[in-house]
Design a protein around this ligand. Structure first.
Ligand SMILES: [Zn+2]
Length: 244
């Protein structure tokens, strides 16, 4: 399995970049996990839009869905110009009825509802979900294929149940949106030490930090995570292929 960071920012993208988003590949099948601001532009550095076989969305905040509409326009324009693509499935929860309805658009994309406790076969991946702790309903996702597991926390505070969900992950992609001094100030997010603690509790093999803040020196967040989890801690780097 390959995981390719597309964007690494929480909330909004810095110049020439994108909000937190990842390509997940196995056996020639490609999933895009989250599609917020800047993602549609940046993902084309690594894949053509035709190569995306499915999309999974964690929740309906703009930094996770802002570019869904542009992706739909891409597929619509392709259909107008004689290059109709297979209908693109977009997997997400349907607790936000309006948000979920927006995932289905003409004949080009189709929302597919997911919920915790079920297993979804998406291409070669078996995918499961867990509710996180965030101001809106949000799902973490676990992708398994070829005997490997990659777990994406999406947006969340730390809670022990998340370590159970991420148990034994070959790769844990964790949000780390906060500096230590901001812990508790911004609800629904983790500091580096919490992401590291989560990886340690889950007994993950590698930790990749994402959903980073624009201000300050994010190396400080990496340092806080490393104190808890050790050397197998990295900041997600756009385009940096992670093979597991
Ligand atoms: Zn977010």
């Amino acid at each position: 399995m390959k995981v390719i960071p597309v964007g690494i920012w929480g909330g909004y993208p810095k110049a020439e970049s994108a909000t937190s988003s990842f390509l997940i590949e196995h056996d020639g099948f490609t999933v895009l996990f989250d599609c917020g601001s800047g993602v549609l532009s940046q993902v084309q550095r690594y894949k053509t839009l035709e190569e995306i076989d499915a999309v999974v969305v964690s929740h309906y905040h703009a930094d996770h869905v802002a570019d869904i509409g542009s992706l739909q326009y891409h597929h619509l324009i392709a259909s107008y110009t004689g290059n109709r693509l297979p209908k693109l499935p977009i997997y997400a929860h349907d607790r936000d009825a309006e948000g979920f309805a927006g995932l289905s658009y003409k004949e080009v994309t189709e929302g597919r509802a997911v919920r915790p406790g079920e297993v979804y076969e998406i291409g070669p991946f078996s995918v499961t979900f867990a509710e996180t702790v965030h101001p809106v309903y949000c799902l973490a996702a676990r992708f398994e294929a070829g005997g490997k597991a990659a777990v994406f926390t999406a947006d969340t505070e730390f809670f022990e149940g998340l370590a159970e969900f991420a148990a034994g992950a070959d790769l844990l992609v964790s949000e780390a949106n906060l500096y230590e001094e901001d812990k508790g100030r911004a609800p629904g997010h983790m500091a580096g030490s919490e992401a590291g603690g989560l990886a340690r509790l889950a007994d993950a093999k590698r930790l990749l930090l994402t959903h980073l803040p624009q201000a300050g020196d994010v190396q400080v967040i990496k340092g806080a995570a490393m104190e808890a989890f050790g050397d197998s801690t990295e900041l997600a780097e756009p385009g940096g292929v992670v093979e597991i």
